[in-house]
Ligand binder design. Structure first.
Ligand code: AGP
Length: 613
């Protein structure tokens, strides 16, 4: 979703901000803009479209200045166009603001300001906020820092903002509530961004602004941070562990393909240090203090969105099957609004790649209010969800830039597998030999993912046959039903082909009516769980002329005789199979989307982290 970049120092701000905005392109946006100041004036340049459109537009304009703020906007209030793009200015043009999030009471503030003579150029809530800051600053005759603080006390909603002021080349003011902001600390220079990716090449020292905090970022001084209720805070400097390579394409045509191929290593990173090499016991440092709670839990409620919700469904199978704990998997967006029954002995587990998804965050806050233990599985270190939860496990997948989640999903499933095995072992709900067999398989899973990736060319050929279809059906059973859902989501997201995932046996209750010679059906038919039943389901599809692409276990003969195309994966137990079966589905979506000429890394209308409702 919207991206923020800012710089104050002695360098030319424009190239730093443009590069930063490019690094944030993966978040999804529809317009971009920048504000720079060299002397007295603030220059604002903005354009509908991509950062490259902004660059073209700016090429003959004044782009000088050692302080600047830049923004990529994902439209909420008002269509994507130049006037609604950020930065926005105050009535007297002396202040400029960039904003992520939504000001929910903007309408009443706008009416109040209009009555005082303010006029507005855009349809945005952000312009209202900067006018409010101006009004308070003039009325109270106070500093910008204080005016921002007082204004935010009037505001309902979520925000990450950066405000700069004409004539002050050394300083900007930043604040956050519900939308992340990271400040990079350099030598007499500061960087600011909505995540660390634009900052990493300049400094590893960062301060994560907390919810409800405001920072005065002055290049000549130490950071000054206070809460909106005026309590001083000491900035805590973290050292970033992320590498520059991890946020570049490294020779791949798209981040998505790079991230698909990173999965053997990502999964190794997820497992690293978490299985004792001698005893083979699972060690999850982050959950150590919660082992008893997990073992005694009457119920685990998993809250998540999108792909992370699909990982949660696999978690349900794992926790119920191995650890014998009842699990409910909830769409965070529904859970938060349906007055759910949450008991103090419930464990609410959030799954989120970004750790910033607004619905998941709100669901967790609700669970916390009701007294439940809240745990998290996140990829982004220091993210809002990671900080809100009582405890959790990082996936350690590394930065995921492609909007379509791939390695994040696989590593979430790997973490859920470790958690289920840990609880099962503590509860004694798994036999020692089953436990050791699964651990042995898990230790091999990275190599097996590499073997699955060797089918890339076969999958590319299959994609060629199906690039022009309108619909797709994905079928799976047991642990592979959520994989079917995830396969369908991946195809929809990046190729814009309508796709649906179904439990294979459910097909005869309705979707079978869709099947004709045109309909491609992807079926996960590995030799695990309900293999024979799936074979029968496949026969039903074939009998109606459907075109079958089957994911099968190596050496399978039966399905190969029925299906039009098969993709083999190494044999493994059903509980671990999603870690392998989802990989060919990612590649199939990727190649179909590429052949259709789609923007694979930044699909239309989508944002990488959905920080608004
Ligand atoms: C995945 O391909 C999607 N882009 C999307 O469904 C995503 O998984 C969802 O928005 C949740 O994001 P999170 O994991 O960062 O919370």
């Amino acid at each position: 979703m919207c991206g923020i970049v800012g710089y104050v120092g002695d360098k030319n701000a424009y190239p730093i901000i443009i590069k930063g905005l490019q690094r944030l392109e993966y978040r999804g946006y529809d317009s971009a803009g920048i504000a720079l100041s060299e002397g007295e004036e603030i220059t604002i340049l903005k354009q509908k479209g991509k950062v490259s459109d902004l660059e073209d537009y700016s090429s003959d304009k004044n782009i000088k200045g050692t302080i600047g703020i830049g923004h990529t906007r994902w439209a909420t209030h008002g269509v994507p166009n130049q006037k609604n793009a950020h930065p926005h200015s105050s009535e007297d043009n002396k202040l400029a603001i960039i904003h992520n999030g939504i000001i929910e009471n903007y309408d009443s503030i706008k009416r109040m300001l209009s009555n005082k003579g303010h006029t507005f150029i855009s349809d945005t809530d952000t312009e209202v906020l900067i006018h409010l800051i101006e009004e308070i600053k003039n009325h109270e005759n106070c500093s910008l820092f204080e005016a921002v603080r007082l204004s935010l006390n009037e505001v309902i909603g979520a925000y990450a903002i950066v405000v700069m002021e004409q004539g002050n080349r050394n300083e900007f003011i930043a604040a956050r509530k519900g939308s992340p902001l990271v400040i990079g600390v350099g030598k007499e220079e500061y960087f600011i961004a909505s995540d660390a990716t634009p900052i990493i090449e300049y400094t590893r020292n960062v301060v994560y602004l907390e919810d409800g905090e405001i920072a005065r970022v002055n290049r000549k001084e130490e950071l000054e941070i206070k809460t909106i209720s005026n309590i001083r805070k000491n900035p805590y400097i973290h050292e970033l562990e992320m590498s520059l390579d991890s946020i570049e394409k490294g020779g791949y045509p798209h981040f998505m393909l790079k991230e698909i191929f990173e999965q053997p290593n990502s999964v190794l990173d997820t497992l690293r240090g978490r299985i004792d090499p001698e005893t083979k016991e699972v060690k999850l440092g982050g959950l150590m203090d919660y082992e008893k709670k997990l073992t005694n839990a009457n119920r685990i409620i998993i809250v998540a969105c999108g792909t992370s919700w699909h990982a949660g469904l696999i978690g349900e199978y794992l926790f119920e099957d191995l650890a014998r704990i009842p699990v409910e998997v909830e769409y965070a967006s529904e859970f938060r609004y349906r007055n759910p029954i949450i008991k103090e002995d419930d464990i609410v587990l959030a799954i989120s790649q970004s750790g910033e998804t607004a619905d998941t965050l709100a669901a967790l806050e609700l669970a916390k209010e009701k007294g439940a233990t809240i745990l998290g599985i996140c990829n982004v270190v220091g993210s809002s969800i990671a900080r809100l939860t009582d405890a959790g496990v990082y996936t350690h997948a590394g930065p995921e830039i492609g909007v379509a989640s791939t390695k994040a999903f696989t590593t979430q499933v790997a973490v859920l597998t470790l958690m289920a095995l840990k609880i099962a072992r503590l509860k004694g709900s798994i036999t020692t030999s089953d436990y050791h067999n699964m651990i042995a398989e898990l230790e091999l899973i990275s190599q097996q993912i590499s073997q699955v990736l060797e089918s890339e060319k076969i999958i590319e050929k299959i994609a060629e046959k199906f690039q022009n279809v309108q619909n797709f059906l994905y079928l799976g059973r047991g642990y592979n039903f959520p994989v079917a859902l995830e396969g369908a989501l991946k195809l929809k997201e990046i190729s814009y082909i309508h796709a649906e995932g179904y439990p294979a046996a459910e097909m005869k209750h309705g979707p079978i009516a869709l099947i004709d010679e045109e309909m491609p059906i992807v079926v996960i038919a590995t030799k695990t769980g309900n293999y024979e039943k799936v074979v029968s389901n496949i026969q039903e599809v074939k009998a109606r002329g459907g075109r079958l692409i089957a994911i099968v276990s190596k050496g399978d003969i039966t399905v190969k005789e029925i299906a039009d195309y098969t993709i083999e994966i190494p044999e493994c137990s059903e509980a671990l199979s999603p870690l392998l079966t989802n990989i060919p589905l990612q590649l199939l979506s990727y190649y179909i989307a590429v052949l259709r000429g789609c923007n694979v890394d930044q699909p239309r209308n989508l944002a990488k982290s959905v920080t608004v409702e």
